[in-house]
Design a protein around this ligand. Sequence first.
Ligand code: HEM
Length: 457
Amino acid sequence: MSSPAPITTTTRDLATLPTAQLLPDIFRQAPFGFLEQAARQHGSFVRLMVGPKPVYLVSDADLFQHVLRDEVKNYRKSPFLYNAAKTMVGEGLLTSEGDFWLRQRRMIQPQFHRQRIAFFAKIMTDAMDEVMQEWARTDTPDQPVELGARMAHLTVEMVSRALFGTHTLPLDEIGKLGQEMVAAANYVALRGYMPFVPQSIPLPGHGRFQQAMRRLTQAVNTIIAAGENGDSEGDNLINMLMEVVDEETQQGMTPAQLFDEVMTVFSAGFETTATALTWLWVLLAQSPEVEEKLRAEVSAALGDRTPTFDDLPKLGYCRQIFQEAMRIYPPIPMLPRTAQADDVANGYHIPKGTILLMFYYGLHHNPAYWPQPEVFDPARFSPAAQADGRHRFAYLPFSAGPRQCIGMDFAMMEGVLALAMLVQRYRVSLVPGQDMTPNLSATLKPRKDIYIHMTPC
Ligand code: HEM
């Protein structure tokens, strides 16, 4: 960490920033629309008057770099959101801080190394193959299906089989855990975005949250016990996590830590990817030229063959499409950070305790880095465009710095394989006239369910 710039007479006060003021009622009805509009109207650093104390909306790449990398030790994850998350994932990687987090990250990181996750490609494609065979058996021709549920079905199977293996619980039971996870995560998000309601007061959905947590706890403990008894097959993430030891202390994880990390990886791992794939299809279904180019790539690289890890370099356009979809709709659109001490950033004095809402969505739509930001154009991620001197912190769907997503390579592989296999088997079209406004929950989901036709090809 470099030493922060000194506060001088030219350092500006945060109160001089453009201010967006909104009645809490309007914020409650359309929180995401309010934030999006605030960034569009007032720029990349905005003072928001929502609750009793201002918070600051950041869509500026220099500030992202400052907070997430250069001065990362001064900006911790804000308790108002992460304390809510702790009721679900305890002290796992996502929610812990300081030396404890560092030790866990050091131990877990190697399990997500690119070479290590290559092993999961086959598990993923087998899972997708089975899910799509099930759809083929049960779908009624011409009957629309709900897009978000379809993508969650795919990713829950992929992540849970990688995490839990395929033998410990019946497969249909593993699939149901995804629904429990969504129910729990949505309640946690609601609690996190309503920090002024005391923890002792239950919010709507509390009973369902408790039920989901009971079921998840039971299932995860069963799977961990199977690993301890040697009853589960060797190569799954839980077994890998059981074996890791910290190089410095030569100690592994306690059972409680293992439980928290399993819950963390499961919760962080499938809804994000499902959300990315959902928006990807919304965009693709409206871009026939992009879709044709994609089909040409997949057909040349694979024909009808199932993709493997070694095919990934041949699926460069699939990757660009997945990247561009996450630019337009970052699954995690915003995360709060709190200043631990006074600081100066971008010429502003940031007093200790200031809450910065790191607005990934605003960053990805900032015209300073993205000409015509609303246009879906996967060529923005072509090798030539990438080499063209864009700000390194202008595109951060997986965040950046030491707290960057540990599952980034895993998710990219999942997204590309899923896209390639879906276009091999289906043509997708949107049912016309639907509301496709994004909405803030655990991830940036569509406000209403989106229906599609999936026509086998
Ligand atoms: C498209 C899919 C994904 C997106 C967009 C995404 C995005 C993110 C973001 C923005 C963060 C930073 C969170 C923060 O600062 O609080 C994060 C952290 C994390 N993600 Fe992901 N993620 C994805 C998939 C995955 C997958 C597949 C896994 C695991 C299999 C995973 C595991 C984690 C974990 C454990 C952390 C916490 C890392 C730490 O703080 O050390 N994510 N992710």
